[in-house]
Design a protein around this ligand. Sequence first.
Ligand code: GDP
Ligand code: IMO
Ligand code: MG
Length: 420
Amino acid sequence: MTVTLILGLQWGDEGKGKIVDLFAKDYEYIVRFNGGDNAGHTVIKGEEEFKLHLLPSGIFYPEKTKIIGNGLVVNPETLVKEIEVVENRGYSLKNLAISSNANIILEWHKLMDGALDKSGKIGTTKKGIGPAYSDKASRTFALRMSDLLLPENELATKIEKIAKHKKKLFKAFDFQEFKTDEILQAIKKTAKILRPYITDTQFLLNKAVEEKNILLEGAQGTLLDLDHGTFPYVTSSNTTAGAASTGTGIPPNKIDKIVGIAKAYTTRVGEGPFPTELTDKLGEKIREAGHEFGTTTGRPRRCGWLDLVILKYTCMVNGTTEIVLTKLDVLSGLKELKVCTAYEIDKHKTSNFPLEPAKLEKVKPIYKTLEGWNENITECKKIAELPSQAKAYIKYIEEQTGVPVKIVSVGPKRDETIIV
Ligand code: GDP
Ligand code: IMO
Ligand code: MG
C-alpha cells in the first residue's frame, strides 16, 4: 500500500492535473488537501477535456474514491456546478466524499476578496480564498461543511448571525453589499445536494491507508505557500508537503513518495517578484507556444526561464523524492535555453532562494546557457528518442537539484509522456 503526494514546485499551473490523472489508474483514492476554486487543473482523456477547480483530478475513474479534504475552502455553488458538469458528461461521482471539516466560501468572502484586492496588488483570483481562510483562522465567523448537515432552520440561524456581523464590517469599510436572503436561498439548495457526500474523511482515509493506494493532489505551487512562498504575493493556504497531512489527517510518516511537478520553464499569474521573467518577445513566444493563459481566470501567465534556485529551494522544503518535468515540448525551436543557477544580490552571489521580500525584489539572475533543439518532441516515447540537447537539459536539472527526473511530459495528452 502506498501514499503518493503530487505537488507543484513553482507558482502553480505546472501540469498537476495531467500528472494526477496519469497516476490515478494505480490508486484507489484521489484526494485534494488545500486551496479552493482558485485552482484550475486540466485533465484530458482522448478528445475530452475538463478544467477542474474543486474535484480531485481522478474524475475519469468513476469507481475510485475522490475526496475533498478538510484543508480546503469550498464554494458550495462552484462545487455543485462542477459535479453537475462532470456527471452530465457521463462520469459518475457516486464515490465522492467531502470532509465535514472543510470550510465554506460564501458570497461575502468573494466580495471582500474583490474589495481588498481592488487595486490588483496581489492579483488574487477573487474567489474569496483569503477571506475564507481568515475566517477559519479567526474561528468566530467560519462555516464548515458539517454545518450543512444541521436542520435547515439551525443552519439559517447560524448564517443570519454571521451575516449581521459581516454587514457591520462591510458598512464600516464601504464594501459592496450582499443580500443575506439570496445567500440563504442558495445555501439551502446546495446543502441538499452536497449532504450525502459530507463525512468524517479522516477516518475514511486512515482506514484506507492500511488497505489501498492513496494519491494526494496539491493545488497551487510551493512559491504560493503562505509560509514558504513569496509572501505577501501568495495564496492563503499551505501548498507544501506538510499541508498534505494537515489537510487530510493522513499522518506524515504514512506518505511514501513526494512527487514535485516542475514546468520546463517558469510561469506565474498574478503579481509578485519573478526573477527570470521574460517581458520581451521571447516571453510572448513561450506564452503562445505553451498556451499560458490562466485556467481559472483566463489571465495571461507571465513566462520566464527555468529557475534552479527556485527548484532547489522548493525540492528542499517539500522533501521531493522525484521530479516530473512538464511542457518540455514548449521549448522546442529555441536556439538556446537559459537556466538560472544563482542570484546576485547587492553584488553578492547566492544560490539560496532569498526569503526576505526586499532582497527578492533586488535579485539579478545568473544564467547558464544550454543548447536548444529544433525537433518536435511530442511523439517521443522514450528518453533515448529525445534530441541530445533535451537530454542534457534534463540531466542538468537532476544534477543541480539532486533529485531524479522520473517522468517527462511532452504534450498535454496522457500518452504524450515519457516514463524514464
Ligand atoms: P495545474 O494547475 O498544475 O493542473 O496546471 P493547469 O491545468 O492550470 O495548466 C497546465 C496546462 O498545460 C494545461 O492546459 C495542460 O493541458 C497543459 N499541459 C500539461 N502538460 C503539458 C505538456 O507536457 N506539454 C504541453 N504542451 N502542455 C501541457
Ligand atoms: P493551480 O492549482 C496559479 C495565485 C493567484 C494570485 C495568488 C493569490 O491551478 O496551480 P488567491 O485567489 O489564491 O488568493 O490568489 O495566487 N494562484 C494561482 N496561480 N495556479 C493556481 O492554482 C493558483 N491559485 C492561486 O493568481 O497570484
Ligand atoms: Mg492551474
